[in-house]
Design a protein around this ligand. Structure first.
Ligand code: SF4
Length: 222
């Protein structure tokens, strides 16, 4: 989709590149805020992080990961024991159920190892595309773009997608961004969404990517 901007036509491929180049300079060392040392730990932490802060999840997993080392430990734990271990995280009952179900399947179908493909990861209970892509990109180093609420909002405001559906947004973004930048895109858009392009009252006056933003054009250049 070509858009007329500042005297030039900017298509979404070009726009995404420009945005990512600028955000890379702004947040050169941004990465996932969740602590982990292997794919299983990141999978567990990501499941726990739904509607919970990374800080709280890191606090919980600091103890959890010392007690539960492998998928067999979660799969063999009683619901009550696991609920108690993650009790300070919201939705702990459902999350404990996901952890047990997920790890049982890892034991039964994947020999105790977290699978490293999107197709296999999404067969695990409690694991959708977002979680799968986070694990693929950050624990396995594979090209993967995860769409969370920040990625969704930033992409929509920039005009890189017109969709509300995370799967469609992922498809829109991956069609204009090269695979080697997918994982970085998630980190950079999340950081930009947390610090500048916040949900209510985005901080457009201090934003460095206004020239690429449809929202800015609409609101400030009527
Ligand atoms: S100009 Fe405003 S709406 Fe656009 S990306 Fe920046 S902060 Fe978000």
């Amino acid at each position: 989709m070509a858009r007329y901007l500042k005297g030039i036509y900017m298509d979404n491929r070009e726009k995404a590149k420009k945005v990512l180049d600028i955000l890379e300079k702004e947040f050169p060392s941004v990465t996932t805020a969740l602590n982990f040392s292997n794919p299983l730990e990141l999978l567990i932490a990501t499941i726990l992080s739904a509607q919970a802060t990374d800080k709280l999840v890191n606090k919980v997993t600091d103890t959890l990961f010392r007690k539960y080392r492998g998928a067999e430990d979660y799969a063999g734990a009683s619901p009550e024991e696991l609920e108690k271990a993650i009790g300070s995280v919201n939705f702990y009952r459902n999350k404990a159920k996901s952890l047990r179900g997920c790890c049982k399947k890892i034991m039964e179908d994947f020999g105790g190892r977290v699978p490293d493909t999107l197709e296999d990861l999404v067969t695990l209970p409690g694991v959708g595309r977002k979680t799968a892509n986070i694990v693929l990109g950050n624990a396995f180093g594979k090209p993967a773009l995860a769409v969370d609420t920040h990625v969704k909002r930033v992409s929509q405001r920039l005009g890189l997608t017109a969709s509300d559906d995370p799967d469609e947004i992922e498809a829109d973004l991956t069609s204009v961004i090269p695979g080697k930048r997918w994982t970085r895109t998630t980190h950079l858009f999340i950081m930009h969404g947390r610090t500048t392009c916040v949900a209510r009252n985005p901080r457009c006056p201090v934003c460095k990517i206004t020239a690429c933003c449809e929202y800015f054009k609409t609101v400030f250049k009527k």
